[in-house]
Design a protein around this ligand. Structure first.
Ligand code: 6PG
Length: 475
């Protein structure tokens, strides 16, 4: 019997899906899970449902047996929980491996961990890459978007396998090497930050329809489905339409009316915001989205707030906001959010010396991942022409912004004046207004800083840095 070259450790939902994808679209592989019953269950399930694929899986009930079942040089994909479990598996694996065996962390690792693991691997002279995988269970099974990081030659060893299992945009596989160290996991984190913001803006629009216009979930779902045929075409708008139109089988009520309004999060959006702050990159739409999830978790406080201050008072007068206006608002908000995400990637690329391929980032997100949308192809073209420029200055997006900014402004102004919370959409307007104001109000901040701490400022009329106001001289 021939030994597989690829192994996968971690048979949770994503690991199982990725294993079947590899078996179907690339090559046979060995699989292992710390709890053997999970492996047995996976094999039995696959044998019952996809027997041809079961024949391409070599299960192992010990880590040693798993390693021995692989042909050398090995490539071992880890699909275990991010954090300490990854370090544990690596520590257990390394003594069993040869120096040219490659470990690939395909979980949602924090890129700082990936940087550290990459350094440790380099110091030990053993190959390691960290790669972000997006697309949820369906993507993992039938074609995810893959963002790789680590030494290029290690990526190249497995690139053909990864390209075979990745989603395809036309004929182009959505699997790309982003840079050294934690570059791939950083790009994945920013993907997730954008994911949070995209989701939040959809949720805010849903809120305007529901609380400002009194529309039921099914009608809102139908509107999202219609928007999915226009410039907003995207996986998240598509599934939002499906979520809104679904009915709870138990009660017969709209599913959305049964779901508790308390959003979960595993931390990748938060990491994006933390890194943006470290890098001094303004990403207020993404920050607002993370903050909104945090606020959503304060259920009791929000209830108390409503009891003491009252909820948003009235429905909007008929005809105040049209569906077209809300669609335009979403288009403008989306552009702001992506412009900020790419700006963060740009800042990180310079800081970590990654040389991130900006148009490739947009390309790798066109299919397979959660934020896939038709607009990403236009973003790729814009970034191809001007990879270092903010997206709002690319002619295509500049025109779209000019066209749809009034809709975003009207939507936000109307929502705010009626007490409807639109944190991400309003962050988009405010960021845009700052971005098109050559003379901002930070002169006041500098004056204040100098007043209380003699921090010094630059003058508009002279060169040099360390000027002080008259207050510094006791004036
Ligand atoms: C993806 C998703 C995936 C997962 C998130 C959910 O790209 O496939 O981003 O990674 O759905 O981890 O994140 P939260 O639990 O933080 O919402």
């Amino acid at each position: 019997m021939t030994h597989p070259r690829i192994g996968l450790i971690g048979l949770g939902t994503m690991g199982r899906a990725l294993a079947l994808n590899i078996a179907e679209n690339a090559e046979p592989l060995a699989v292992y899970n710390r709890t053997t019953s999970k492996t047995d269950d996976f094999i039995a399930h696959t044998r019952a449902n996809e027997p041809a694929l079961a024949d391409r899986l070599t299960p192992a009930d010990s880590l040693e047996g798993f390693v021995q079942s692989l042909a050398t040089p090995r490539a071992i994909i880890l699909m275990v929980d991010a954090g300490a479990p990854v370090d544990k598996v690596i520590a257990a694996l390394r003594p069993l491996l040869n120096d040219d065996d490659l470990i690939i962390d395909a979980g949602n690792a924090n890129f700082h961990d990936t940087n550290r693991r990459a350094q440790e691997a380099e110091a030990a002279g053993v190959p390691f890459i960290g790669m972000g995988v997006s697309g949820g269970e369906e993507g993992a099974r039938h074609g995810p978007s893959i963002m790789g990081g680590g030494p290029r030659d290690h990526w190249d060893r497995v690139a053909n396998v990864l390209e075979s299992i990745a989603a395809k945009y036309g004929d182009t596989p959505c699997a790309t090497w982003m840079g050294t160290g934690g570059a791939g996991h950083f790009v994945k984190a920013v993907h997730n930050g954008i994911e949070y913001a995209d989701m939040q803006m959809i949720a805010e629009t849903y809120g305007i329809f529901r609380d400002g216009m009194g529309r039921d979930a099914a009608r809102i779902g139908a509107t999202f489905a219609k928007w999915n045929e226009g410039p907003l075409q995207s996986y998240l708008v598509e599934i939002s339409g499906k979520v809104a139109t679904a009915t709870d089988p138990e009660t017969g009520k709209p599913m959305l009316d049964i779901i508790l309004d308390k959003a979960g999060q595993k931390g990748t959006g938060r990491w994006t915001v933390i890194e943006a702050q470290h890098l001094g990159a303004p990403i207020p739409v993404i920050e607002a989205a993370v903050c909104a999830r945090n606020t959503s978790a304060r259920l009791q406080q929000r209830q108390r707030g409503q009891d003491s201050f009252g909820a948003a008072p009235l429905l909007l007068p008929e005809g105040t906001l049209s569906d077209d206006t809300l669609e335009g608002a979403m288009i403008a908000g989306k552009i702001m959010c992506y412009a900020q995400g790419f700006d963060l990637l740009h800042a990180a690329s310079a800081h970590y010396d990654w040389g991130l391929p900006m148009p490739e980032v947009a390309r790798v997100w066109r299919e397979g991942c959660i934020i896939r949308s038709s607009m990403l192809n236009d973003m790729a073209s814009a970034l191809e022409s001007a990879p270092d420029d903010n997206l709002i200055f690319a002619p295509f997006f500049h025109d779209l912004v000019e066209q749809h900014m009034p809709a975003l402004r009207t939507t936000v102004a109307t929502a705010l004046s009626h007490g409807l919370a639109v944190p991400a959409l309003s962050a988009a307007v405010t960021w845009f207004d700052m971005m098109r104001t050559a003379r901002s109000t930070a002169n006041m901040i500098q004056g204040q800083r100098d007043f209380f701490g003699a921090h010094g400022f630059e003058r508009t009329d002279r060169d040099g840095k360390d000027y002080h106001g008259p207050w510094a001289m006791g004036g």
